[in-house]
Design a protein around this ligand. Structure first.
Ligand code: TTP
Ligand code: MG
Length: 419
């Protein structure tokens, strides 16, 4: 079934869809679920998390709401002031359990949510041949060799239980032969859902859904399609190809293929970053060398820790020094080989800052680049061997090693620093 020739969507790799088992995991009301972890009082209660929200204020917009709060019409992107109208704030004095008419309102705490997200990701890694995280609370997993269509339901149930048992939040999972069907399936029975769409059932699964559910169809195309009587994915799958081409040109055929469930995008790990950096601005420029050294030390600690967490080795270490009014100076040194060693970063950067001993500085930065990733469990053997696609793991690496010079950092590579 591989290689559908002209039926393949343009710009995507040839992939045998019938062989892949794709899982889409999406955490339920994620920010609210995180808050419930550290405050059990919030469990089963309406909870609203606001971006740009300050406690007690009507400012900001809803980032997410617990399912209990959604019953009152509160949803993402709604102004907090509007949410408050349907669901007033619960005061500490009123205590919990005073019915569903009020909600807890809390500001977003990204750092905390990222920590929870990482815990989930570690479990996902164990279950995936290839893991493609999307944002903070979603991921695609290719589980083709870890599971079979006969046991994938149990496999996904076990994964859900592990996430709930070990992290304490719930996930909804969709399983299908393609990414787009898996994503729709994970949303189909939220929260705490599990929907498996077997090969051969994708078209039937999609048919009753509104055309917006079809991958790549936005509100404008949806409206145009409705204009020619196409309301559901099933209508689109059966639509006259002549009419679709007349209206949408070559895209018409493509849209129809998508409504039939074809999607040959492979689950692929996100690109590795090319560099990692941290910067600090000062409201009053600093001139004391010891103070500069202390800031550098802190920035080095942050950058080196992040690189270590991501399994990144670096070959180039640099500093950025912004002097008034806004002169950006960058200095870098390259080592003879990649390292993961905070002391080397500290030594190099402290040496580089000497040149700016007498300057007033309004911003300092530390960057490591020329990265090589040591822990790449999520990359499949095929990618390493370059059989999967042109951008194989190895090729991408080398490409990256010559694609430096980003973020306004001038390439100023000095002779090798270390033998
Ligand atoms: P979603 O997965 O879209 O939403 P959710 O996890 O809260 O709820 P669901 O059970 O429907 O999956 O987004 C994940 C997080 O991203 C969400 O908890 C908060 C944040 N977010 C925003 O900050 N703004 C937004 O507009 C949306 C949609 C999400
Ligand atoms: Mg979610």
């Amino acid at each position: 079934m591989a290689g559908r020739g002209s039926a393949e969507l343009p710009g995507v790799q040839d992939r045998d869809e019938s062989l892949s088992i794709v899982m889409h995991v999406d955490m339920d009301c994620f920010y609210a679920a995180c808050e419930r972890l550290r405050n059990p009082e919030l469990r089963d209660e309406p909870v609203v998390i606001g971006m740009g929200y300050d406690r007690g204020e009507p400012s900001g917009a809803v980032a997410t709401a617990s399912y209990e709060a959604r019953r009152y019409g509160v949803e993402s992107a709604m102004p907090i002031s509007e949410a408050l109208e349907s669901l007033p704030r619960r005061n500490a004095s009123s205590g919990g359990g005073n019915g569903d008419e009020t909600a807890y309102y809390l500001p977003v705490d990204m750092e905390y949510y990222k920590g929870v997200s990482n815990e989930v990701r570690e479990i996902l890694n164990e279950y995936a041949d290839v893991l493609e995280p999307v944002g903070i609370d979603e991921a695609y997993l290719d589980v083709s060799t870890k599971a079979s269509w006969n046991n994938v339901q149990k496999f996904a149930e076990e994964l859900k239980q592990r996430i709930e048992g070990e992290v304490g939040v719930t996930a909804s999972i969709g399983v299908a032969p393609t990414k787009s069907a898996a994503k729709i399936a994970s949303d189909y029975d939220k929260p705490d859902g599990l929907v498996v769409v077997n090969p051969g059932e994708v078209e039937e699964f999609l048919a009753p859904l509104k055309i917006e559910a079809v991958h790549g169809i936005g509100p404008v195309t949806a409206e145009e399609l409705r204009g020619i009587g196409v309301e559901t994915a099933g209508d689109l799958a059966e639509a006259d190809i002549g009419i679709l081409e007349e209206k949408f040109g070559s895209r018409g055929r493509e849209l129809r293929m998508r409504a039939l469930g074809h999607d040959s995008r492979a689950v692929s790990p996100p690109d590795d970053p090319k560099s990692m950096s941290r910067e600090k601005s000062f409201t009053e420029p600093i001139s004391d060398l010891e103070e500069k050294r202390q800031h550098i030390k802190r920035l080095v600690g942050d950058v080196a820790e992040r690189a270590h967490e991501r399994g990144a080795l670096y070959r180039t270490i640099g500093i950025k020094v912004v002097t008034p009014p806004f002169n950006v100076n960058t200095r870098e040194r390259s080592l003879s080989g990649p390292v993961d060693d905070p002391e080397v970063v500290e030594a190099v950067t402290q040496d580089l800052i000497e040149e700016f001993s007498d300057d007033e500085i309004r911003k300092l930065g530390v960057r490591v680049s020329n990265l090589v990733f040591s822990s790449r469990e999520q990359v499949t053997l095929e990618e390493w061997e370059g059989t999967n696609d042109a951008g194989s793991g190895v090729d991408r690496w080398f490409l990256k090693r010559v694609e430096q010079d980003e973020d306004g950092w001038k390439q100023l590579t000095l002779p090798d620093f270390i033998d």
